[in-house]
Design a protein around this ligand. Structure first.
Ligand SMILES: Cc1cc2nc3c(=O)[nH]c(=O)nc-3n(C[C@H](O)[C@H](O)[C@H](O)COP(=O)(O)OP(=O)(O)OC[C@H]3O[C@@H](n4cnc5c(N)ncnc54)[C@H](O)[C@@H]3O)c2cc1C
Length: 395
């Protein structure tokens, strides 16, 4: 939508093809219906990609135009912890602003049009529906088909199929910003708990990344923003046969010796308490029970009778609890997919390096942003720059 708006300059006719019956359906789901559209803290470090330098240039180029885009759309925004949302708090407002601008710019919108085939013939592109029912020809094409997230049928790879038909490569895709399914029989007992943690991802026992944030426990494993961020590394790691574990620190605001001192003195004061009561006030009751059980300590056992070694190991578990990750949840539950067309196959203006007058944008490209508005930012940035490049090249 952003690409179409920006490409629709005087003398250029733009047609937007959408396979669904309405445009912008996914946008309505974003940010739990509130649409976290960008982030004030913008940096290439918030993304994983094959071409960091190119990404940096794209983000820099868009930062000069971003204000103009939202102003042009008439969208007022608000900020919370650097995340930017529409002032209305509704994703529908963002979509309405885009739709009004598309209309004003005279963009022709064709819904229920699933592009299945594309080729270049005598310097023009010919696009055909999946059922071969209708052909459209164009001087330039901007592909903005998104990735695999939210897709029910894992065989569906249409945007990527179009890229392949034009000679582009597709790096393997995996779900990301998604719940994990983990190994352990205790998840049902602690399901629904939300708590702030420091969480590290270990791949083959090597710490790969660490996040601070909210952990959500499900009946199958771990979820929440901190986990989501780390899932961007997991798909590729699993395909390479690597073992993945999370290390959870439930007391992230204290150093180990500080935590130890506090708990030793607490034991002096509360030696009459059962193990369960002793830890009451620190974490959710069910988490305490789970941590005690993981160390084979009965919740009713008097804390003073727990051996010094067991007590120390237990304290360790509060700050260093290991959970083996079995798999990622599927694309239906994922906010984005990793992989796709290598960023190296477009230039700084999002023009394909392989096909003249072809532009690639958004989630189709191998750029996986963190939670916090980074993915919609990248989609808007690349849409804007691709639309502008296409318009300039045709004018
Ligand atoms: C539940 C959920 C919540 C999210 N929340 C946020 C958030 O708050 N902030 C954030 O930054 N990101 C969020 N994301 C991620 C974000 O929505 C995507 O990264 C972003 O929408 C990608 O934009 P895109 O334009 O590349 O692709 P999409 O938004 O996926 O758009 C692609 C469009 O192309 C159409 N299409 C595909 N193939 C064809 C074809 N062959 N012919 C015609 N049309 C086709 C699709 O139907 C779709 O409408 C969320 C994602 C999900 C699923």
């Amino acid at each position: 939508m952003v690409a179409a708006i920006r490409a629709a300059m005087p003398g250029i006719r733009v047609t937007l093809l959408e396979r669904q019956n309405r445009i912008g359906k996914k946008l309505l789901l974003t940010g739990s219906g509130r649409c976290n559209l960008t982030n004030r803290e913008m940096h290439e470090d918030f993304y994983l990609t094959d071409e960091v330098e190119r990404l940096k240039k794209i983000l820099d180029a868009y930062s000069l135009c971003e204000e103009d885009l939202w102003k042009d759309l008439g969208l007022l925004t608000k900020e919370k912890n650097s995340c930017v949302y529409p002032l209305s708090g509704q994703a529908a407002t963002v979509l309405n602003c885009l739709r009004l601008k598309l209309e004003e710019k005279g963009v022709v919108i064709r819904t229920d049009y699933e592009a299945g085939y594309i080729k270049k013939q005598n310097d023009r592109f010919v696009i055909e529906t999946v059922e071969h029912k209708e052909k459209i020809s164009a001087d330039a094409v901007i592909l903005a088909c998104g990735g695999m997230s939210g897709v029910y049928d894992e065989q569906y790879k249409n945007g990527y199929a179009l890229c392949k038909q034009l000679g582009h490569h597709i790096l393997p895709c995996d779900p990301a910003l998604v719940q994990t399914i983990c190994v352990g029989d205790y998840f049902k007992g602690i399901s629904g708990i939300r708590t702030d943690v420091r969480i590290s991802l270990l791949l083959d026992d090597i710490v790969t990344a660490t996040e601070d944030g909210e952990l959500q426990i499900t009946d199958q494993g771990l979820s929440g923003i901190a986990v989501f961020q780390l899932t961007r590394y997991l798909g590729e790691a699993f395909r390479a046969g690597r073992q993945a574990c999370f290390l959870l620190n439930f007391i992230p605001y204290m150093k180990r010796d500080e935590w130890n001192r506090m708990m030793v003195s607490r034991r002096e004061r509360m030696k009459h308490r059962s193990a369960e009561d002793f830890f009451t006030g620190i974490l959710h009751k069910n988490l305490i029970t789970m941590l005690l059980k993981s160390q084979n300590i009965a919740p009713g056992k008097n804390i003073d009778t727990v051996s010094e070694q067991d007590f120390q190991t237990l304290l360790d578990r509060f700050q260093c609890f290991r959970v083996k990750v079995k798999q990622l949840n599927d694309y239906r539950h994922a906010q984005i997919s990793t992989g796709g067309v290598p960023l190296a196959e477009v230039d700084d203006t999002l023009t394909s390096t392989l096909v003249e007058h072809l532009y690639l944008t958004g989630e189709m490209l191998n750029v996986a942003g963190a939670c916090g508005g980074y993915n919609l930012h990248f989609a808007a940035a690349t849409g804007y720059l691709a639309g502008r490049s296409a318009a300039v090249s045709l004018q």
